[in-house]
Design a protein around this ligand. Sequence first.
Ligand code: AMP
Length: 197
Amino acid sequence: MTRLLIVGPQGSGKGTQGVRIAEAFGIPAVSTGDVFRAAVTAGSPLGQQVKAIIESGDLVPDELTSAVVRDRLAQADAAGGFLLDGYPRNVAQVASLDDFLEGRDEALDAVIELDVPREESIARLSQRAAEQGRSDDTEEGIANRLAIYERETAPILEVYRTRGIVDRIDGVGSLDEITGRIIAALEARGLARSAAA
Ligand code: AMP
């Protein structure tokens, strides 16, 4: 049973590392950004609600986001643990996640903080914009999302730091190096990788 959260600025590689770590620990990776983008692509009611917000780089309202996450974590595959990517993203969402997990007698085991300098994040995001054409990877979208990260998301790390569960990981290096650093930090906490991985 491993319950993880990965936090980092846009362009830190948290999505890629999140999937790798989830695989190593045999748990599902739950990315709110992916859920919202899939809903937009599908044109579902949720997608119609969030499309303009995502394109501007603003945050989807907390209540809607928390409801989406609760639904996802209630699915059977998340009963044995999960890795959250992109949620919580502000302190109000931390409180909401705390409530939900306390109701299940659960808590996060570790928070992975991917540390990447601002210039490096911007360079990686611009490259992704050129390669993938994500609709929020415009210059304004990128600047807005990084500002929101610094203002709203970075403070959640202070909350989790007081609980002693944050592992700060140097996010500059090859994909394999960074995955190795994260796994070493989690193992040092006594969290075991799944036998299958
Ligand atoms: P991401 O892929 O994590 O960068 O998320 C892409 C976009 O989805 C964000 O810029 C927000 O518009 C929205 N989003 C993702 N996670 C959240 C969240 N926890 N709270 C509010 N909005 C979110």
